[in-house]
Design a protein around this ligand. Structure first.
Ligand SMILES: C[S@@+](CC[C@H](N)C(=O)[O-])C[C@H]1O[C@@H](n2cnc3c(N)ncnc32)[C@H](O)[C@@H]1O
Length: 269
């Protein structure tokens, strides 16, 4: 091992400015979606590669090049709450300018999801995972929650690299018709959500903000029995993206969105 590739030194140099990929599945997804990963460590390289052999043969070779085994004590010093798979890595956060360009580009192949002032980090992570799964163009949050917070990244299972994730003010939202979800809206079952839609969801505490309502073109509701006040934020996003896909949305992209041509980028730091 050369000094420049000493994983512990590289880790300490980059930790403050990088995205922590905590666990095998987060690393697997980040590799698949071409995250730049300068350093990846494990306490048992053989076990990690066996897991890749069993669950993700497409990334096995990339992981073989990336993963460096370190003693358990070293691993625990780098990662305070180690994942049971004992794999961790640091990834370079995608450039904001590139994400903003992706979000602004029209026509777009799939909607942008907007979370208006979300409060719960777990919800935000679950929504990013959903957006990645449905091939959404991106996830934008308004308000103070950082969508790249380590807890959100953990909840997103490394899928922040599969969709454009940024925080913006309501006034800066991407172009496109805003379909805002609210129990008072028109029943979604009679609505066709276009691929260029901006799908907006309110805060867990207070719903849609006045500012977001001002930008709204269509207020849409999810079917819900009387006496039930609302659904959880992430499940609302799930139903809405499912409705978009089940009514012909993203016809060209859904099947092909699981793989990225060109293979993983595993340049060392
Ligand atoms: C937990 S709910 C917010 C509840 C909040 N107490 C309120 O006053 O609206 C979070 C978000 O999920 C979406 N949502 C939940 N249930 C919905 C429904 N039945 N129809 C449409 N959107 C819904 C809305 O965007 C809502 O702002």
């Amino acid at each position: 091992m050369t000094a420049t590739h000493d994983p512990v030194r590289v880790w300490h140099r980059l930790a403050d400015t990088s995205v922590l990929l905590d666990g095998f599945h987060a690393l697997k997804h980040a590799v698949r979606f071409q995250a730049r990963i300068p350093v990846a460590v494990t306490i048992d390289r053989g076990a990690a590669l066996a897991l890749a052999e069993e669950l993700a043969t497409d990334v096995r070779d990339a992981l073989e090049k990336l993963l460096v085994e370190v003693p358990e004590a070293t691993f625990k010093a780098l990662v305070p709450r180690p994942h049971p798979t004992a794999v961790a890595a640091l990834a370079v956060r995608p450039a904001r300018a590139a994400n903003l360009e992706t979000l602004a580009r029209t026509p777009r192949p799939a909607p942008v999801v907007v979370l208006d002032n979300p409060r719960n980090l777990g919800n935000a992570g679950a929504v990013i995972r959903l957006a990645a799964g449905f091939g959404a163009t991106g996830v934008v949050t308004t308000g103070t929650l950082d969508p790249w917070h380590p807890t959100v990244v953990r909840g997103g299972a490394g899928l922040h690299f599969a969709t454009a994730v940024e925080r913006l003010a309501v006034a800066e939202l991407p172009p496109g018709p805003v379909f805002a979800l609210d129990p008072e809206g028109e029943d979604i079952r009679g609505v066709k959500l276009p691929d260029e839609a901006v799908l907006a969801f309110g805060s867990e505490r207070s719903g849609l903000s006045a500012e977001l309502r001002d930008r709204t073109d269509h207020l849409v509701s999810l079917p819900m029995r009387p006496q039930v006040s609302s659904y959880n934020l992430a499940t609302s996003v799930a139903m809405t993206l499912f409705h978009w896909s089940a009514t012909g949305g993203g016809a060209a992209s859904a099947e092909g969105s699981g793989t990225v041509p060109g293979g993983p980028d595993i340049r060392p730091a």
